[in-house]
Write a protein that binds this ligand. Sequence first.
Ligand code: PAF
Length: 277
Amino acid sequence: MDIVHDIAILRRLTAPAGTVGLVPTMGNLHAGHLALVGLAKRRAKHVVTSIFVNRLQFAPHEDFDRYPRTFEADCAKLAAEGVDIVFAPDERLLYPEPQQYIVQPPPMANELEGRFRPGFFNGVATVVLKLFNCVQPAVAVFGKKDYQQLLVVRGMVRQFDLPIEIVAGETTREADGLAMSSRNNYLSAAERAEAPRLQRTLREVGARIAAGERDYSALGESALRELTKAGWKPDYVEVRRRADLAEPQETDNSLVVLAAARLGATRLIDNLEVGKT
Ligand code: PAF
């Protein structure tokens, strides 16, 4: 496995390699990331994993500085998975000057996560576009855990005609249902025991939709109340249309329930697909 910090070297290595699959990450890798790597390996001859904590997608009050950085351990895990190249650009390589050209995602990106993290998807889309340009993959893998991010990236690829196939990876969960996330590391033991409630709450909403309930805002409200009662500070629990995250009509039956909530100082997100694929 090569560890590359330079774009010219990266291109020299990947040019003759055949189909390249990219798994973009911010490091602190867990089994969820490694499952995405496995998916990339099945889709592409050569797998590049990028590790870059992207300042542009963090608001000043967010956890950029304390975001866990575990580069050596990450590289060991990626080597064991058979990744060909770890692309780990320095911040000065990716942002040698203040980034003034910013990808502006559509209004959907101002809802859900975007409502509570203004500018987040501008930062994500901008760095993802830059990573795509550096690595020039044919395939890129994104996890469904960050459902809205997946849709923002898919839309960008479609509307900018980028020659990249976006592959979605299922969310990897702990045995008790908690979605794997680097931010789970911030949870105290008591919070970790409470954390699976987020997925359980989404499952309850899913079960009520499966049983025929169609008042989606009432379902969201009742989930918010349940989380609040259990000591969470929820940002949103919303039922949306899977294809574009628009508010669903009664006839829509391919849905996703998305949630974000704070448990102590840690903000967790999760989602559940409901109905037909
Ligand atoms: O999902 C993430 O880890 C990040 O948002 C990404 C896609 C690597 C961009 O920084």
